[in-house]
Design a binder for this molecule. Structure first.
Ligand code: ATP
Length: 232
């Protein structure tokens, strides 16, 4: 379980997160909804230490995550798939995947995980030797998710996985997100498409100007007049 308590973060003198608390249980999908500029990406970046927190606590399975750097967060089991995907564009699909395991040891196990993920994402197997930059947007998103999974995270943080993708590909990616969570990995999903997010998630939070203003089960949020008016 990922537990975030009273998290504060700033960009310089601009205060962006004002005491955010949320929890993501193991094997569950929790979505974070909010308007543009609410601070959703900032929250994900602060959880992995791309942005230092100014106050607050983060725990993974009751173990405190110090004000970490992204590689320490990854080692602790928290993997971010950033909005820009940030693939190694001039490297092959397979090399991108292998690099996802850069903190792990055990060559045979890493190769086994690579194979397993190429089964989950068959299109990546077809593209294995292609440079990442030659992939379509949907394929790049799949590779970014697969690369993050190569670290065997306890929790995957996904920032707008549907951004810029055709509905059919989005459907495919969301089905895989469901599968990832049923395999036991927790997912914190930031998604502009609230209807889609609330279909796949079990629970959700609404972030507004750096504060959580609403939370509830996906069913409760779908019925909420605030969510219906602003996000659905
Ligand atoms: P979006 O859906 O548009 O990505 P978001 O909810 O993810 O929105 P953030 O990107 O976290 O929002 O931005 C929160 C606030 O922080 C905004 O006011 C934004 O302008 C500001 N901000 C984001 N990145 C930076 C940065 N690198 N430097 C300064 N301010 C930033």
């Amino acid at each position: 379980m990922l537990s975030v308590r009273d998290l504060h973060a700033n960009y310089g003198s601009k205060r962006v997160l004002h005491g955010v608390s949320l929890e993501v249980p193991r094997g569950k999908i929790v979505t974070l909804l909010g308007a543009n500029g609410a601070g959703k990406s900032t929250l994900l970046k602060t959880i992995v230490g791309l942005l230092p927190r100014t106050a607050g606590a983060i725990e993974l399975d009751a173990v405190p995550l110090p004000n970490a750097t992204p590689d320490r967060a990854l080692k602790a089991g928290v993997a971010l798939v950033p909005e820009q995907r940030e693939l190694f564009r001039e490297m092959s699909v397979l090399d991108n995947l292998r690099l996802g395991a850069f903190l792990r040891r055990g060559t045979a196990e890493i190769a086994g995980d690579c194979e397993r993920l190429l089964d989950v994402f068959p299109i990546l197997r077809q593209r294995a030797s292609q440079l990442a930059r030659t992939l379509s947007g949907g394929e790049q998103q799949m590779l970014a998710i697969a690369r993050a999974l190569m670290s065997r995270p306890s929790i995957l943080l996904l920032d707008e996985p549907s951004l810029g993708l055709a509905p059919k590909i989005v459907e495919e990616i969301f089905a895989i997100i469901g599968q990832i969570s049923s395999d036991g990995t927790a997912v914190l999903l930031v998604e502009q498409n609230a209807a889609l997010a609330l279909d796949v998630a079990q629970y959700g939070f609404v972030l507004d100007l750096g504060e959580i203003t609403l939370e509830g089960s996906a069913e409760e949020l779908k019925m909420s007049p605030i969510v219906r008016a602003s996000y659905l």
